[in-house]
Design a protein around this ligand. Structure first.
Ligand code: NAD
Length: 498
């Protein structure tokens, strides 16, 4: 075993893996090795799944108000440890401390929502559907559920999943991103501290092999996935092929439409934050700004505002955002910037040679702005996942809508305008699941759901909110009659209730 290898949570115990070649997890600003992450062995995967199955057998009968009471302790612990979680997260992702706190907070909000589980689990009733017959439905848990999460929100996205799944009465196996596994481990330690029974939450580490075990194992009932499109499509296909319930939240290319009647300063400030914040490593980042008519005259001022943003280390209070997650991610983004130039886009601001003082080894990319981008270019078609904004110019709102509707992605979009009529037209006709009106990153709060469309989502029920409660439960519908004396009217030879 390599020194400093993080443990896995299996059957309520933090155990060291028998994996022989754990991989290093590095600070993306310095390349310092923070820890090593193991890849769960087949025996460890089997142990996690079988103890999750055993834990479910008991937990399904714990009344929802009792489950909620433990969840209340958990959400309070998350708040108490908010800064500590954000610091772990900032070191392993490179996010600024303020942004890391936001990552944790948006997860805490889902844990808060899970405390409402008794009312979220209420079914439907109808009296006297036929003579003396009542029908009512209950939501019952599925069994062992599993979650596979990406690197870019190592607190928020695991917390989208396991608190609600477990509050619904399931047990849960989390397979976090191998790039930043320390934050999810800490979330799980606090979960144990809250007093949940052992075995309800398991944390196993790894990559494709471990994910494939979850996707094919007969004892796993449902899979929640968040990550890139190609992996999401593999997860969805394989999970469905093994007759599991699957929800896969995947990649994106999000457009912001800027109408000429919008408030210019608001547009510029919001575009800067939404495009290069978190180094553009957000599935809801704005990566394409579509200027309608005269609004295009603001592009030079947008360039000036973007040029003022400086990346830096997580504890630099002046830094606008941090490094990319890995040297490979940086190389990929630099490759796409070069491709943008060679395919004929005009690079108004180029962050390829970004240097951050005292951090020569960081995965830095400076704010980058392209104009004259066309739908055929790679920088338009691919999710860059870096601090790169493409601008496009159109003559009308309908032209902007048509452009966006032709995109294969449908995660998020926004419009900046002073016109209610334009906003209403946009929200009605746009084929995207999450729409902001003068809000650049419209990530819904947890009493709604995270509703990406098209290639940004494979499945039926989305993450968190009422849809997740449906995802993590089965509906049982009961049709009941209590005989009164003298009710016997002979055999009923039809399908009709009477
Ligand atoms: P990724 O697809 O590389 O990894 C996601 C998870 O899948 C990780 O746990 C990883 O270990 C696992 N994995 C990787 N390759 C696999 C394979 N071949 N088979 C099975 N499992 C595999 O994604 P990432 O780079 O960690 O995250 C960035 C991506 O996630 C972006 O595309 C982003 O848009 C997307 N994302 C989407 C949402 C959303 O809600 N739609 C939210 C956040 C991130």
């Amino acid at each position: 075993m390599t020194a400093n290898t993080i443990p896995q949570l299996i059957n309520g115990e933090w155990q060291q893996s028998r994996c022989e070649q754990p991989l290093p997890v590095t600070n993306p600003a310095t390349q310092e090795v923070l820890c090593h992450v193991p890849y769960a062995t087949p025996e460890e995967m089997e142990a996690a799944i079988s103890s999750a199955k055993a834990a479910f057998a008991e937990w399904r009968d714990v009344p929802p108000p009792e489950r909620a009471r433990i969840m209340m302790v958990y959400q309070a612990l998350l708040k108490e440890h908010h800064d500590e979680l954000a610091e772990i997260l900032a070191k392993e992702t490179g996010k600024t401390f303020a942004d890391a706190k936001g990552d944790v907070w948006r997860g805490i909000e889902v844990a808060e929502q899970a405390c409402n589980i008794p009312s979220l689990l209420m079914g439907e009733t109808a009296e006297n559907v036929a003579r003396a017959i009542d029908t009512y439905s209950y939501l019952q848990p599925l069994g062992v559920c599993a979650g596979i999460t990406p690197f870019n929100f190592p607190a928020m996205i695991p917390l989208w999943m396991f608190p609600l799944a477990i509050a619904c009465g399931n047990s849960f196996i989390l397979k976090p991103s191998e790039q930043d596994p320390m934050t999810p481990n800490r979330l799980a330690e606090l979960f144990q501290q809250a007093g949940f029974p052992k075995g309800l939450l398991q944390v196993v580490h790894g990559g494709r092999e471990q994910v494939d075990t979850l996707l094919t194992h007969p004892d796993v009932r449902a899979i929640s996935f968040v990550g890139s499109v190609n992996v999401g499509a593999h997860v969805y296909r394989t999970g469905c092929d093994h007759l599991k319930r699957v929800q896969a939240m995947t990649g994106a290319k999000n457009h912001m439409v800027i109408m000429p009647d919008a408030d210019k300063n608001q547009v510029i400030n919001n575009l800067v934050g939404a495009s290069v914040g978190a180094a553009g490593q957000r599935c809801m980042a704005i990566s394409v700004a579509v200027f309608v008519g005269e609004a295009a005259s603001w592009i030079p001022e947008l360039r000036e505002a973007m040029a003022k943003v400086q990346p830096g280390a997580w504890d630099d209070a002046e830094a606008g955002y941090g490094p990319l997650i890995s040297p490979q991610a940086r190389e990929r983004v630099l490759g796409l910037i070069a491709q943008g130039k060679s395919e004929g886009a005009e690079c108004l601001l180029d962050g390829s040679d970004c240097v951050v003082e005292d951090y020569p080894d960081g995965n830095w990319v400076g704010p980058t702005l392209f104009s004259k981008v066309t739908p055929e270019m790679s920088i338009y078609k691919e999710e860059i996942f870096g601090p790169v904004l493409c601008t496009m110019e159109v003559d009308s709102l309908d032209e902007a809508i048509c452009l966006i509707n032709n995109s294969p992605f449908g995660n998020g979009t926004s419009i900046f305008t002073a016109s209610g009529l334009a906003a209403r037209h946009f929200q009605h006709h746009i084929e995207v699941g999450q729409v902001g009106i003068n809000v650049p990153i419209p990530v819904p709060l947890p009493f709604f759901s995270f509703t990406g469309w098209k290639n940004s989502f494979y499945g039926d029920q989305h993450a968190y909110g009422k849809q997740a409660v449906r995802f993590y439960t089965e509906t049982k519908t009961i049709t009941a009659r209590w005989f009164d004396q003298g009710m016997n009217s002979g055999p009923n030879m039809t399908i009709n209730l009477r």
